[in-house]
Design a protein around this ligand. Sequence first.
Ligand SMILES: CC(C)(COP(=O)(O)OP(=O)(O)OC[C@H]1O[C@@H](n2cnc3c(N)ncnc32)[C@H](O)[C@@H]1OP(=O)(O)O)[C@@H](O)C(=O)NCCC(=O)NCCS
Length: 174
Amino acid sequence: MIFWKAFFQNSTVGESSEKNFKNIFLLDKTCDKIELKDIYLSSTKNINLYELEQLCDSVGWVKRPLKKVKIALKNSSIIISLIQKNDSKTRLVGFARATSDNGFNATIWDVVIHPDFQGLGLGKVIMHQLIKQLRQAEISTITLFAEPDVISFYKKLGFIKDPDGVKGMFWYPR
Ligand SMILES: CC(C)(COP(=O)(O)OP(=O)(O)OC[C@H]1O[C@@H](n2cnc3c(N)ncnc32)[C@H](O)[C@@H]1OP(=O)(O)O)[C@@H](O)C(=O)NCCC(=O)NCCS
């Protein structure tokens, strides 16, 4: 396991538009799987929709209309992304977002790490940052939907299934 150290670069702490930071530089690392260079953790809402679509494609998610994705991002309270910057090129390698009532509750959506970068602790990095920001906003209940094969990933982050026997209910158009 690689331990990621994060430190602020061009710190924007305290700027109102981007709650705590714009870019956190994660250490250059070389592991046996891939050369990990210049990976940034970002809270920008300015996400390239085509890159996000490619990232979601890379893990086999069903395509969604970009127009709707754009609206969903615009209405998300927090977006965290992982961007690899090599020379002048950038590449979106991780993403997660949360919607919130800004009082009590928030829900996390679209947690994804590109397969080339999975298993290196980056999913944990992105989730920790999202949870940290939601806690800073004094959100007390954070929910998410987990596919069966990622339940252990979320459990390791402290998520529990159906506390107090509360069961989620769903309504879908038929
Ligand atoms: C799920 C996902 C985001 C995890 O990201 P990642 O960067 O590979 O995960 P990490 O390397 O940070 O793993 C953190 C911990 O969770 C564990 N873990 C990661 N993926 C796991 C999985 N699918 N099942 C069980 N445990 C998992 C790791 O072993 C690690 O454990 P450790 O802290 O004891 O070492 C990533 O695999 C992914 O994008 N999957 C495809 C999309 C997806 O299914 N998203 C979730 C939608 S519900």
